[in-house]
Design a protein around this ligand. Structure first.
Ligand code: SF4
Length: 126
């Protein structure tokens, strides 16, 4: 009933308006002719429909913003994981090269020790 819709249109909860089919109103203006109190129902229905559409637009915008925010979070998480992976690879490379360096140092020490042992004029001051 148009008068009910007009009354609901003043309430903050606009979902009832949608549930009651306010979008079905084609704004023909017949309400105004039959209203015994000469209330401009059509005008008020148009205003209520505008509020419903604004609310729907706000909900769509909020959903879009939420999607973007979630996508951003996922992107940041993915970037962090990629950076961590790259860091882990670099650490592995560095530790690998340290091993090589340590192996080289050990080899040099071994050779140095063998040279000292075989040297006839070996000094004792080290
Ligand atoms: S304006 Fe027309 S379509 Fe809308 S509620 Fe009134 S009579 Fe129905």
């Amino acid at each position: 009933m148009p008068a009910d819709l007009v009354a609901l249109g003043r309430m903050p909860d606009l979902e009832q308006l949608e549930a009651r089919g306010i979008e079905d109103c084609i704004e023909c203006g017949a309400c105004d002719y039959v209203c015994p109190s000469a209330i401009p129902l059509t005008q008020r229905l148009i205003i209520a429909k505008g509020r419903v559409r604004q609310q729907q637009a706000d909900q769509r915008q909020a959903a879009h913003a939420r999607q973007r925010s979630e996508a951003r979070e996922q992107r940041l998480h993915r970037n962090t994981e990629q950076q961590n992976d790259a860091l882990a690879r670099q650490v592995a490379e560095i530790s690998g090269s340290k091993k090589i360096g340590q192996q080289a140092i050990d080899e040099l020490k071994r050779r140095a020790a063998s040279v000292k042992r075989s040297s006839p004029g070996q000094s004792h001051d080290d």
